[in-house]
Design a protein around this ligand. Sequence first.
Ligand code: ADP
Ligand code: MG
Length: 504
Amino acid sequence: MNASVSKLLKGQTGDWEIVIGMEVHAQVLSKSKLFSGASTEFGAEPNSQVSFVDAGFPGMLPVINEKCVEQAVRTGLGLKAKINLRSLFDRKNYFYPDLPQGYQISQYKDPIVGEGEVTIDLKDGSSIPVRIERLHLEQDAGKSLHDQHPDSSYVDLNRSGIALMEIVTKPDMRSSEEAAAFLKKLRAIVRYLGTCDGNMDEGSMRADVNVSVCRVGGYEEFRRTGSFKTLGTRCEIKNVNSMRFIAQAVEYEARRQVEVIEGGGVIKQETRLFDARQGETRSMRSKEEAHDYRYFPDPDLLPLELDAAWVAGIEKSLPELPDEKKSRLIKAGLSAYDASVLVAERESADYFEAMVAAGADAKAAANWLNNEYFGRLNKAGLAIAEGPVSAPANAQIVMMVTDGTISGKIAKDVLDIEWNEKTGAPRQQIVEARGMKQVTDTSAIDAAIEAVIAANPDKVEEVKAKPKLSAWFVGQVMKATGGKANPAAVNAALKRRLALPDEG
Ligand code: ADP
Ligand code: MG
């Protein structure tokens, strides 16, 4: 078994384990809605993208959007899941002002995608699997607006009928870190696949987080027997929309449950919401108040039957996904850490690949991006696409370091010039015109060494006694040459001049 080890929670009566399962709603990337031709564009004037189907007018018939089905299948394949060639659409009946049909069309017993798996990456460098239970297609509801008028509420149906994928995990996450890592990885996968934009601020991805606590060993017993009896009662935290909030909500909720149980109380299964401002979860409704949705197959829709060859065609067109890209980059010589940082976002992976395609060495390009360029973008609050330096330009800088034209230190200065001055001139020309070329000429380096020695005779004795201190000399010589000396050449020349041993 591959279950991870829970981060234990210390209580007054002993240790507790945390168990987490998630239901993620991911909006399907598609121009039109699941059962109508209305547009899905974000941010439009309220009620400007509503067809008669979306508004629940009597007699209107839903027509399935093939693109949405294809996106769900693509996602299922990306989750290494079983694609069900036959699935059903059901009506989930409930009343809500933003649900004009009086029911949501969803998939209940027979979803389009069955069991799969997502590998999540943790800070300590380890990776663990999280099992996916299912993925089904369903319609989104509209949105009630309570802040537009002092004594009326309005409803915006633009979102009504937009296709959502609900992705349900098994209760396989064991800490706030794992829960956040799961959502991060899922987001990366759907963005690589192009099936959801993963834009959490716009609500394109939101998670219901189920949390329970149990005594140490309870989870392992659950994995061994498959019985939920050894797990605690769960509470579901609705619609959490950022990685940070997920981690905070889990921490708060697990601690709350331990305190309730240790105080002699019992956990009631209920739906809670996370208040980001207070950093706490609050009860919304208990399971007893839960609706009976009266699911039944939608008589307006035929069972969804997929052609195996069509599914195979989609499978063939899948892009390289983060895990595969990561192993390929590791094989190309990158460290596991550098590889995971690069593949975490499709944009950073693409940028890196563009640098390599332009001729940069893979390892050098990864170091440059992770240590220099992405840090600068972060500091400036810029997305990769908004950065001022192109991938080929960064590649040229890195290549000049690799072939010895400039030192690593000067490379940063060249980047500064690119970044600030945007001359548009070729990098080689900048380096040439500004005299930034690396000095490997030994006579120039020797001259600089003599000057530093003459100015610091006392240091010479110190270094001879303690060869480790030679770094100070290297630094001085680098300074004297304006950072242009080749550090390896300086080191070698110093050792010769001061007759230092090879070690140290
Ligand atoms: P429901 O049908 O009531 O929504 P599900 O069986 O679909 O319940 O489970 C919903 C989610 O809750 C799943 O992600 C599942 O992994 C998770 N879950 C179930 N039991 C527990 C538990 N004891 N602790 C934490 N999460 C749980
Ligand atoms: Mg459920």
